[in-house]
Design a protein around this ligand. Sequence first.
Ligand SMILES: [Zn+2]
Length: 404
Amino acid sequence: MGYLVFARKWRPKTFDDVVGQEHIVNTLCRAIEKDRVAHAYIFTGTRGVGKTTTARILARALNCEKGPTPTPCGECEACKNILSGSGFDVQEIDGASNNRVEDIRKLREDVGYTSMSGKHRIFVIDEVHMLTTSAFNALLKTLEEPPPNVIFIFATTEPHKIPATIHSRCQRYDFRRVSAEQLAAHLAKICTAENISFDKSALMLVARKAEGSVRDSLSLLDQVCSFCGDSLSEKEVRSVLGLVSTEIYRQLMKDIKEKNAGSALEAVQKVLFDGYDLHEFVMGLQEHIRNLLFARIPGALKARGLDLEDSETAVFAGESKEFAESDLLRMAEIAKKCEYELKWSAYPRFLAEVMVLKLLYLDSSASIEQLLKLAADGNDGTSLQSAAAGLATSSDEDVKKKLN
Ligand SMILES: [Zn+2]
């Protein structure tokens, strides 16, 4: 057998294998057990979160020779047919290329035939929002009087494009984006089974880049494995995914602290020169600032699923002491604003450079406690003045809260 990409090889075959959609899986299992399966479902959610996969598992659960059961055997003729996509009883239709009223009329004829195995006939229409209005109207007729044992599953990324008349005849399930932590755990399981060694932080990078899509995370894993072989280090994964290295951010934060503008601007130059995307650079900077912020809160890095090596956690903790929490918060805001503006700007480099300079010339804030302590110590005017200059940058709200 030829090489099978991870996304296909590791496609879930049972409800237990579906990642991050417990709310849907549990409800479907209960419906199967209680024989309360609806005749039409809408599965919505972004790409690669398990909509058609769950539809196929539901089909096997209903048509398995040992079923209906939430745990289809995977061995019987019906299970195998559905798995290979060759069965008569389960049909997958691409709504994008079969979106005309003629296609739906043909489908309605098909729906009229009874199942060969005497069980359910299941029609999965993918991208159902692509149907034309007249096609939807034709479909509505079937939904109004569904033949016995026929089940429709409509998968879509854009549920708002489905007419209300269709909506009201279906049960709707919203598939969530899967959290980076859950994705990383899933990838770790696969890597272990495939004998691939890995840094946890490397998998976390892959998981973040996938933005909640299981399929994307597996495609990215394929991509990094074809470069890195069977050992995934954070450094190599960063370079494959086009993510800027942590060293650049560390140096930049150091320059900001030391108000070294020339060197800080070089970071932008280097990022461009090395062929990175500036948007990616600014996103990474936000992440770095957030990590510094969380490093100041005991256990927070771990709670966020950032299972860093102890040495790395120590580096973040050490670096974060250089900045007040309120400063890090303001820096995160500046980076976030820049990220947003980059999307629309014709001068991305200029924006990135301005952002770096804003971060650099940001006045550090002084806490009210520091000021009161200075006053109480009876310090001379000069130190109070310099502290007051810092105070000017903290917000009025802050001051009021502390004085109350
Ligand atoms: Zn079976």
